[in-house]
Ligand binder design. Structure first.
Ligand SMILES: Nc1ncnc2c1ncn2[C@@H]1O[C@H](COP(=O)(O)OP(=O)(O)OP(=O)(O)O)[C@@H](O)[C@H]1O
Ligand SMILES: [Mg+2]
Length: 362
């Protein structure tokens, strides 16, 4: 045995994150009683492993914690293997049917104004109406998801007791350690219509330095929520996050938790440009290209939408009035299209659905 290695504060934080991941996995394993629950454990271990992969990719990341990270990689593989062993005897068709019922992990991205929020909120509520447990999370510093869900504008931030300072964490804050992420959701999320649970970045006031908004408050909340999202392994929860416009937040991997990504774009050229820039960042996810707000404009070259939501004046009017579109115009063409999108996510065949998006770099 060599000398114990000194960890700096960033490395100590990374080790704490890994320890907390094991707590989440142990919790899931201790409650796993059916095929679906084991598949959820396998998925969660895989999700953490993918995230760990971004740390392992560069030797310069947490150098003194590399051994611990490699050990963690092996631990995660062990959980995934244990889950696979548990379901090894299950008929493959039954196993895949169980997999298709796992809760959704969806990030919605795209250019500003493309329709991310209306897509996120309406999907969340339609899924909840189907009897599913849904957690909708607004990761946009310009909040909008609460209103679109039908909640008052002000709600949604994590209370101070749910986040704590850690000198090594990104932006200096993290979730408190005495609750698992799903317990945080159950305890602190606002309840929107149809029972959707909602959290956002909370109130972000003006900067104490006089110009702009209080960036550190926003970053505290973002750091906590990104980890919250990554730590929800429950098989029976759908998780939907509405990301801030453009490529910056996907580049920062706010969508780390996701298995599915919707890239929304509108008829404007620049909206398509953003979609093209986003696609390579999410190519390891199941991706749906969603064309929104088209009237009779031509399609963008090389961006073949898998789904379309038409331009819909009723929806625009609902939003203008600050109403949830699902309440204000439930039968409008855009909401009808969004219902079909919700069906896609709940269809038993969705794992097998071919990815027929096309992407042509321009
Ligand atoms: N299919 C549609 N038909 C008509 N109006 C629409 C449609 N989809 C969205 N809109 C309107 O476009 C505006 C932007 O939509 P939304 O807020 O969902 O976009 P976003 O991508 O979340 O924008 P931001 O980047 O600002 O958060 C809203 O006023 C909304 O009502
Ligand atoms: Mg929005």
């Amino acid at each position: 045995m060599g000398e114990p290695i000194e960890l700096n504060k960033r490395e100590a934080w990374a080790v704490q994150c890994m320890d907390r991941q094991l707590v989440v996995l142990d919790d899931l394993a201790s409650r796993a009683s059916d095929t679906r629950a084991w598949l959820a454990l396998e998925r969660q271990a895989g999700s953490y492993a993918r995230h760990l992969g971004t740390w392992l990719a560069k030797d310069t990341i947490f150098p003194a914690a590399r051994d611990r990270m490699r050990q963690h990689q092996a631990d995660l593989a062990g959980y995934a293997q244990r889950a696979r062993d548990e379901v090894a005897g299950v008929d493959p068709d039954a196993r895949e049917a169980a997999r298709a019922t796992l809760g959704i992990r969806l990030a919605v991205i795209g250019k500003g104004g493309a329709g991310k929020t209306v897509t996120s909120s309406t999907l969340a509520r339609l899924l909840a109406r189907n009897g599913r447990k849904v957690f909708a999370c607004d990761l946009d510093v310009n909040p909008g998801l609460a209103i679109s869900l039908g909640l008052p504008a002000t709600e949604g931030g994590l209370p101070p007791g749910a986040i704590e300072q850690h000198p090594g964490s990104i932006y200096g804050w993290q979730l408190t350690g005495d609750m698992t992420p799903i317990q945080v959701v159950e305890k602190f999320a606002s309840v929107a219509p149809d029972g959707v649970r909602f959290l956002g970045l909370g109130k972000i006031g003006p900067s104490s330095e006089g110009a702009g908004t209080d960036k550190s408050a926003a970053k505290q909340s973002v750091a906590a929520l990104v980890h919250l999202l990554l730590g929800i392994g429950e098989p029976d929860w759908d998780v939907i996050a509405d990301l801030e416009a453009g490529p910056t937040t996907p580049f920062e991997r706010y969508h780390a938790f996701s298995e599915d990504v919707i890239v929304v774009f509108g008829p404007a050229w620049r909206s398509a440009m953003t979609a093209r820039r986003l696609l390579p960042m999410v190519e390891d996810r199941r991706t749906i290209l969603l064309a929104n707000r088209f009237r009779d404009e031509p399609d963008h070259p090389g961006l073949a939408a898998r789904f379309r939501i038409p331009f819909d004046p009723e929806l625009a009017e609902a939003e203008r009035q600050g109403l949830a579109p699902l309440d204000a115009c439930p039968d409008s063409p855009a909401i009808v299209a969004l219902s079909r999108l919700a069906d896609l996510f709940t269809s038993a065949a969705r794992e097998a659905a071919p990815d027929d998006n096309q992407e042509v770099p321009v």
